[in-house]
Design a binder for this molecule. Structure first.
Ligand SMILES: Cc1ncc(COP(=O)(O)O)c(C=O)c1O
Length: 225
C-alpha cells in the first residue's frame, strides 16, 4: 500500500527494473502513472547498471523530468544482491538526475553470505527505504510494513501519512504489538528466522525428496516438482 501511495502521490514517471515483483506494474496503472521499464539481462547478472539506467533516462524526451525509481534489493524474483560498489556507482546516476528512489528492502534479512548494504548509504538524500515483516519474519498476509525517509524527503513522508489516514489508516493493533516485539527482541528474532528460513528449509525440502534451487545471494527457492 505504501508503495502504491508513493507512486500515486508523486508527480513522477515511475521507473521499474525488470524482472520485478508482479504487483509493481499494476500499482503504476492504478496510480495513473507512466512507467519506464528497464530490462536487466543475464550478462548484467539481472542487475540495474549505471549504463542501462543512463541509457533509459537519456532515451526520454525529457531526461530530467521527475522520476520515482522502484529499486528492489535483494531482488524479487532474481534473488540478486547489489554490492557496495555497484550501489555507489548507481547512486551517482540517481543523484545526477535527481531521482527519488524507493529502495524496497523487504528481503534484506534473507541474504546468505554477504552483508547487505542499503542504497541509502550512498544516496541518503534521495532514498526512501521500504521494508516489512512479511518475508524474513514469515508475516506474509499481514502486510505489515514501514518506510523510512531522509529529512530531505520529509514532504513525501507527510504526504504519505496524510494519504494513509484516508485509506488504510493504520495497522491493526495485534500487528502493531508483534512489530513492537520484533523491535525489542530483534537479535533473537533474526537468529531464529535465519535458521528457519535458511539451511533448515533447504534441507527439509531435500529430505522430502524435492529438488531445491537456491540463489547464491538471497533466499529465493525454486522447487522443481
Ligand atoms: C519485492 C516485494 N516488495 C513488497 C512486497 C509486499 O509485501 P507485503 O505482503 O508485506 O505487502 C512483496 C511481496 O511479495 C515483494 O516481493
Amino acid at each position: 500500500m505504501a508503495l502504491y501511495l508513493l507512486m500515486a502521490l508523486t508527480d513522477s514517471v515511475v521507473v521499474l527494473v525488470a524482472p520485478a515483483w508482479v504487483s509493481y506494474p499494476s500499482q503504476v496503472t492504478l496510480a495513473g502513472k507512466r512507467s519506464i521499464v528497464i530490462q536487466t539481462t543475464y550478462e548484467d547478472g539481472w542487475k540495474l547498471t549505471p549504463h542501462s539506467l543512463t541509457q533509459a533516462v537519456e532515451r526520454q524526451a525529457q531526461p530530467y523530468e521527475n522520476k520515482l525509481v522502484i529499486f528492489t534489493n535483494p531482488g524479487n524474483p532474481t534473488g540478486q544482491v547489489y554490492t557496495a560498489e555497484e550501489l555507489r556507482e548507481l547512486a551517482e546516476v540517481f543523484r545526477k538526475y535527481k531521482m527519488i528512489v524507493v529502495s524496497d528492502e523487504i528481503y534484506s534479512y534473507l541474504t546468505y553470505d554477504e552483508d547487505f548494504v542499503s542504497l541509502s548509504k550512498f544516496y541518503p538524500e534521495g532514498t526512501v527505504i521500504t521494508t516489512g515483516l512479511s518475508k524474513w519474519a514469515s508475516g506474509g498476509g499481514w502486510r505489515t510494513g514501514y518506510a523510512m525517509f531522509p529529512p530531505e524527503l520529509s514532504f513525501l513522508r507527510n504526504l504519505l501519512g496524510s494519504a494513509a489516514s484516508h485509506t488504510f489508516t493504520c495497522a491493526p493493533v495485534p500487528q502493531q504489538c508483534a512489530v513492537a516485539e520484533y523491535f525489542n527482541n530483534h537479535e533473537a528474532c533474526a537468529e531464529y528466522m535465519k535458521h528457519a528460513l535458511g539451511s533448515y528449509t533447504l534441507s527439509a525440502y531435500s529430505v522430502a525428496g524435492k529438488i531445491a534451487y537456491c540463489s547464491t545471494k538471497a533466499i529465493i527457492i525454486l522447487l522443481l516438482l
